[in-house]
Each structure stands twice: as C-alpha cells, then as structure tokens.
Design a protein around this ligand. Sequence first.
Ligand code: GDG
Length: 738
Amino acid sequence: MKILKETYNRLLIVAYRLPFTIKQANEGVELVQNSGGLVSAVLSMAEQMGQSGSSTTPKIHWIGYGDPTLRHVEASTLENENFIAHPVFLEDQVNKGFYEGFSNDLIWPLFHYFPTYASFRDSDFMNYQQANMRFLEELTAVIEPGDLVWIHDFQLMLLPDMLRQAKPETNIGYFFHIPFPTYEIIKLLPRTWRQALIGGILGADVVGFHTADYAQHFMNSVSEVLALPSIEQRVVLPDRSVTVGAFPIGIDFNKFDLGGQTDEVLDIKKRYESLLGDTSVIFSVDRLDYAKGITYRLQGYERFLNQNPDWHDKITFVMTVVPSRDKIVQYQEIKREIEETVGRINGLFGTIGWRPIVYSYMSLSFPELLALYTLCDVALITPIRDGMNLVCKEFVASRHDCRGVLILSELAGAAQEMTEALIINPTDTQEVASAIKKALTMDPGEQERRMKFMRDHLQNHNVFRWSYNFLSAFDDAATNHSRLETDLPVQPFITEYENARQRLLLFDFDGTLAPLVDDPADAHPSDAMRQALSRLATSSDLVVISGRNRAFLEKTFADIRVHLVAEHGAFMKKPDQDWQRLDLSTDDWVEPVRTLLNQYVDRFPESFIEAKETAIAWHYRRVEDDDVENQATELATQLRSMSSAIPLSVIQGSKVVEVKPAHHSKGTVASSIYEQASYDFIVSIGDDTTDEDMFRQLPNWAYTIKVGTGSSYARYRLARQRDVEALLQLMIEAPVES
Ligand code: GDG
C-alpha cells in the first residue's frame, strides 16, 4: 500500500519518548526498540509511504526527549534498522517544569477531570514553552521540504503552531492521546495559557482524537477561546482550515493473537496456573495512576466477596500495578491507598490456603503479560477516565480461544468500540460487583459470541488502519485547501438561483459585504465585491440591509442599483427613489440612554458613541481591556431595565451595544419586502445579532446564511467574510437571465 509515496517526502515523528530505550552495553550502547502501539503504527505508516522495509529507503526520523546519559553517545549510533533518533536535550530544571510540572502535574490531572490535583505554576508554563521551542529547533534542523511531520500528545501542544510559523508550508499532523475535556475544564486554565495551547494545536493541518466526543470538546473550546468559526469537522482560520476528527487508535491484532500461543507464553501460563491453584482468575494491569480507578475496583471486588461467600477460595484477583510518576505526591498517596486496601481485603477474607488478591507493584515482561491475558477468566478494566485504554483491546486480541469476559468502564474511550464488554461505571461498586458475578457465571456460548464480535472489530480496526485513516485525512485536507468554507449545498443553491423567476437577495453590510475594521469609517467592499453586486443587481432585487446611517450607505452604494435599508429597518430607499422613514416613533428615550452610555465612555476612553437618527450605539472595538465584554453585558442589562415611553430593543452585537425602538428591525423590513412580490428564491446573509431577526422572519425555505462563529437561526453558515465574496462570485458565474 504505497499510496502516499508521491505526495510526501519523508515521515518525521515528534513525541516525548523516543522509540527505543538506550542501554549501556560492554561495547558502547545497545538500542532496545520499544514495542508500543505508536511504534507499530508509525512503522506501518512509513511502509504506506514507501519509507521502510527496504535497505534503500530512508529511515524514519524520530525527535524525542534525550535522556542526559545520551549526551555522550555518538549521534551516528542512535539509529537502528527503522529509526534515526534525534534526542532533544533539556536542562534538568526545564525538563522538570515542562514534563513533571506542566505536563504531568497540570495537564494530565486537569484533562482527566481531576482539577483539584492540578498545580498551576507560571514557571512550569515557561518551561513548557521553552521545551516545545527546543523540540522545534531539533525538528527544523532535520526537516526538508515535502516532509510530513506527525506530532504526538499533550506534552507538545505548542509545537504545531511553532512549526507552522517557522516552516509555513509543512504538512503537520497532531494526535492527542488523552481525553480532551469539556470547555468548563479548559476554562480553568489562565486565559493566555488556554489561548496558547489551543492556538498551538491549530498549527496542524489534521488534528486527531480517540473519540468524537473529544473532537467535539476541542471544537467547542476553539470557538469559546479563540472565537474561530468551524464548518462541519474543520476549524476555519483566516488563511487555511484545520481538519479535526476522531481516529480511535487500534492495536497490532496479530501480535497479540499469535503472541499468546507461543511456547514461551504457554510455559509461563502453566507455571502461573500451578501457582494460583484451582481458582478462577480476575486480572488487571495499569500504570500507577489516580485516573485508573484502582481503589474503586478493589472496593467493587470487596463487595462481590461480601455478597458471594460461595466464591471465597474459588477466585483470585491478580492485580499488577506498573510503577509510574512516583515522585509526584498524589501518586505516592494513591499507592499507599491501594496497598492499604489490598492488605485490608486480604486480611478480611484471606485464609491460610487462599489469598483473594495477588498484588504486585512492578512491570511484566511481554510474555508474562500475554500469559496473564490468556489465562484469566475476567479482565477488570475500570479507569475513571482514559483516553482510549489499550489493555482491554490487547486482552481481547490475545483470546484466540474466544473465552474470557471483559468488564470495562464506560469512562474509557475504548468503551465506545468494545460494546460487547460488560460496561460498568467504575464508581458504582455494586455495578462492578454484579458484573464480576455475571462474568464468572457467563456460559461459554455467550462468552464466545461477545469475544468474537469484539475480536472482529479489533482485527478490522487495527493500528495499521488507524495510521492509514489518519494519513488519508491529509489528502482530504489538501483537496480542501482553497475551498469555499461553507455547509451550504453549493451546487443545488446555484441551480435554484439560476432557475428562479424572481430573486430576492438581502445582504448585511459590516462583516458580510465588507470586512470588519477598527474604524467603521474605513469599512468598504472590495472592488471584486462591488463588481459582483453590480452584476447580481441586474437580475435580482438586491437589498443592503444594515445598521448604518443613510448617508453612509448612499455614498457607499452610489453607483450600484440596490435597495438600501438603514438603521436596522428605520429607513428604506428603493433605486431611483427618495428615502422613506419606516419608523415614526418619537425620540424622548434618547437622552437618558445617552447619559448612561457616556458613563461607559468615561470608563473606556477608547470607546465612543454613535448617534444615528433612530438609534444610538456604544462602540468598543478599540478597547483592549479584558473586562470590556463583561461590562458590555452589564450595560445591556442596565439598558433593558430602563423605563421608557416606547418599547426599546437593546442589541449586543460584535463590539457594539445599540439601542433603538423595538418595533422596527431587519426582520420586520425583510418580511415586508418579500411580501411585496412573489419571490421564488431568497437568500439572506449576515454576521451579526441583528441579522438574526431577518433569519427568523423569512420563510423557512429561504436560504439564510450566518457568517462566522456563534449560534444562529440561519440554516447555513459561511466561515469568513471572504467566503461571502467567493459565494457571490459563483452566483455571477451562473447563466442567469436578467
Ligand atoms: C495513553 C493514554 C491511550 C502496561 N503494563 C505493562 C505493559 N503495559 C502496556 C500495555 C499497553 C500500554 O502499556 C498501556 O496502554 P494505555 O492505553 O494505558 O497507553 P499509554 O501510552 O500509557 O497512554 C491512553 C494510549 O495513550 C494510546 O493512545 O490508550 O488512554 O493515556 O500497551 O500492554 N507492557 C508490559 N508490561 C507491563 O507491565 N510489557
């Protein structure tokens, strides 16, 4: 499958860990290749790119943290038949702040929904920035035009954008291996940090997560933190788009399926079986971590033992915890808690001939792991949060015999795929106890049916398919590069426009026909936009419907045959006719409102008041104070509670708060226009809150299109103002009779 060879030059991987461990041997160093899922995936990806498996093809470059012992190792020795390692050396203090601090003591707990364990230290963030910068330096020393760079995980969130700035043309992929939490959690990060982290990830062309939920959480945060629009699964930036998707990681199925049947594994299995005697076995293995739910798991098992005395003597829980991060206080505490609970349960239920829990704090060799996967009756995998969880997939893949039962937490990403497991909530110890009973008494036929289903899934969705899918997303991203960013069905839209007999086009001005600028006086449509409008006006009723005053609109559109609607529907001017005032209310309400607005101008001197003939507005687009949005909301609330002789409408728009009499709006005027003729095609486009009135009041078959981010009544969306121009270009290219 060398489909991508022509597209990309080489594959460069950037991940915190290098793909092999370096051991000092008698004659220099020895490289022991790691066997993790990522390494398998990368090898298969390189194969798809025609990059490995032959002595003439280049090796995969892997940029990762360089252990200080590597400093003295000759660079040329840091390679094996597949990889060339490029160690990134960091000062101890930088690595401590970056890795132990920011990554493991802030992002890890926060993103696994343990905010109380998170430590927020400015110095850690500085070290995180510095370390990401060091990775960039190493990367830019290796990179060549046409390379595909694949960056991994939460330690390197800033790197994609750093690389984009340094080498704008690079193809960059980014994969996030842990959960991406909801915005409520992201909000706990200081504003500048969350902006940097999310903006950092958006340097990539393709961003991958394990589940659709995580991808959606990320999209929400992008919208909340950076106010960027998204169209379907793409975040739209001013100059390019980022594809965001769910790519659930798989495992190397055959490695576990076949591995479990080797003589070495069978021997170990036999030895373990004789040690454990004639009992059923529950097995679990996890890295020491509070997110793995180990204490709840033990409590669930305890409850099972309490409720099922007939199972005493007949069951052993083999629980292996792999040492990890035990320099961090919470990890020491969790270890103590686990060991106390194990001791208590063994003391409570154990007898001279029976130990209910066989606990060890160590790591297993691969054959030992396989022996336990294949000998146990039940795998009990109960994380409180886990990005994916590979252990449960490996257990199932190892069960060539189609026996054994998987009990799996609904809070692991894997639960969405492993639907034939007994899915439990890990904190519900009764549910865990009942699931253990159900698993131990499940008849072999049902075990086989469930196992077969999950094994088929894992075989089809293995790690090679994962990397293939991720790579394919690059192709989609590349073909989308210069596209019009919209969810509008463009072709049917154009055809309908073409075939219509009477067409009505209602366009807002600022942010729709003209880009938003700091000084409203400088806003003007581009020449191409003006030409498009002139052409459209020859075959359609074209209405510019704006909050602007009459003079501005008349001047701006002097040479185009448009209908003008000023001040949100207070005035209308048809081509070749005079202005007509639609709003006839008195203006007694203006002075008290102006007094209040003046207080806000005093508070924010860069803001200003615009007095229109039928409305008054407070503009604050030049104010840089972080608190100004809160203040604007406060002002809008105060204005809404003011008493006045006529009902007023308070509009909180983009960097503006505007007050006007309530009984005219863009909606009332839009509906009065479309009722005057028998239009069979209507399109209305706008970006601001006031355009919502128009979207709401037009008939439901009209094409209503919101520009930019935010919720809307419109049926469709265009991502950026420049996409409006692109759409109008397509419309004028359609052969329409005038
Ligand atoms: C991140 C995310 C996501 C464990 N103990 C031993 C041992 N292992 C191996 C297992 C498995 C791996 O370690 C652990 O799997 P995880 O899924 O927890 O992977 P991590 O890399 O730790 O975590 C996680 C994953 O990334 C992939 O995207 O699933 O949610 O946190 O492969 O077999 N291996 C051996 N001895 C042990 O004692 N040999």
